[in-house]
Design a protein around this ligand. Structure first.
Ligand SMILES: NC(=O)c1ccc[n+]([C@@H]2O[C@H](COP(=O)([O-])OP(=O)(O)OC[C@H]3O[C@@H](n4cnc5c(N)ncnc54)[C@H](OP(=O)(O)O)[C@@H]3O)[C@@H](O)[C@H]2O)c1
Length: 356
């Protein structure tokens, strides 16, 4: 092996992804004894890539470092689950890349060259990746659908509201909650995404650009919402806290409205927040999937199976409808990240890094 491959490297800490990254070359060498070398074919784009490039998630971040958050994992898979011994929320896991095994280290015996596999490390924006063998997950075929997964533990009959419901993580949350027998409410910003959500089984889609979210919730859900999956922050967060049911739970798993602006992700007076939580015995929980990696071996294979059997539908946005066309090649990662932050993406944004 004496070729080189290309990857994105973060060279400046900023939320401006295009300014943060540089395309660099690295020699392609034989993997270490316990490593698998994967030829990366698809990389999932994650809203938090810009938090990573800004050094917000890992404060010891020193440039240069590799990027591709669907980090330790980038395929969006979730587990709404028993959290703090209350039957609260979701766990999410994301898987960064999907490729084909290109070479094996001397001690790797359970995989074979040519096998399609997901990998769990935060360096998906690269043509080749060296992965510890325990972080490789074989999949039945090379389909980018495997870059988006979710599931959850919520109770049948509960009213569950999912923000950015048509997004990469959201559209899977919707399906999972429906499978659990919940009444699912999804928020989105366009009629096209609203149609997609209805097809996926959303009981009530709220287009927050054309409808007043608070009014809809007050009129149609006067008793409040049982579980909110919140990824927007700002006014959306404030409004949804107000509409929790007694003992309702809100899971904060993102705050995208502040990512590129660096603005505050919670609007208004925080003292009101504590009062609200007390007066309705509400729970507010944070969630970061990288802290639930021990759950992956249990749930990921199930999710992979569900996708393979079409029990879950992955909606992918490969850039076909963007002005620059499909996201193809490592150079198009920047366009993919920027597209996600326009708010116009539909489903999971995926970049095809190269042909298999
Ligand atoms: N905690 C974790 O472990 C974890 C892991 C992965 C992702 N996340 C979070 O999950 C959320 C979704 O991530 P994703 O990668 O799946 O992205 P995504 O949902 O595919 O894309 C973002 C969507 O957010 C909505 N949005 C609302 N306000 C926005 C704004 N001001 N700017 C841009 N978009 C806005 C848009 O949908 P509408 O037009 O439909 O509103 C947009 O399409 C993010 O907050 C991300 O940080 C958390």
């Amino acid at each position: 092996m004496n070729q080189v491959f290309r990857k994105l490297s973060v060279v400046k800490l900023t939320t401006n992804f295009a300014e943060a990254v540089k395309l660099v070359e690295q020699p392609l060498v034989t993997p270490a004894d316990n490593q698998v070398l994967i030829k990366n074919i698809y990389a999932g784009v994650n809203a938090s890539d810009v938090n990573i490039t800004a050094g917000r998630y890992f404060t010891d971040a020193k440039v240069p470092f590799d990027v591709g958050f669907e980090v330790f994992i980038d395929l969006s898979c979730y587990e709404l689950y028993n959290f703090m011994s209350i039957n609260v929320t979701q766990t999410l896991c994301i898987i960064p890349g999907l490729g084909v095994i290109h070479a094996l280290g001397k001690n790797v015996t359970k995989y074979r060259v040519g096998q399609p596999a997901l990998f769990l490390e935060s360096k998906a924006y690269s043509e080749y990746v060296y992965i510890k063998q325990e972080n490789v997950i074989p999949v039945p075929e090379l389909k980018p659908d495997y870059l988006t997964l979710l599931r959850g533990l919520i109770k049948e009959g509960e009213k569950v509201l999912i923000t950015a419901a048509a997004g990469g993580t959201g559209h899977l949350c919707v399906q999972w909650a429906k499978k659990k027998g919940c009444h699912v409410i999804g928020t989105t910003s366009s009629p096209e995404k609203a149609n997609m959500l209805k097809e996926l089984g959303c009981d009530r889609v709220i287009n927050y650009k054309t409808e007043n979210l608070s009014e809809v919730l007050r009129n149609e859900y006067p008793d409040g919402i049982d579980v909110v999956w919140e990824s927007i922050g700002g006014e959306m967060f404030n409004t949804l806290v107000k509409h929790l049911r007694i003992k309702g739970r809100l899971v904060v798993m993102g705050s995208i409205s502040g990512y590129t602006t660096g603005g505050s992700t919670i609007a208004g007076n925080l003292s009101q927040l504590t009062n609200r939580l007390i007066l309705k015995s509400n729970s507010l929980n944070g969630f970061l999937f990288t802290q639930y990696t021990e759950e992956f071996p249990q749930y990921l294979p199930k999710l992979i199976q569900m996708l393979a059997k079409n029990e879950l539908k992955a909606v992918l946005d490969l850039g076909q409808n963007t002005s620059g066309g499909e996201f193809k090649g490592i150079e198009s990662v920047v366009r993919g990240v920027e597209h996600l932050h326009t708010g116009r993406s539909n489903g999971k944004v995926v970049v095809k890094i190269q042909e298999p």
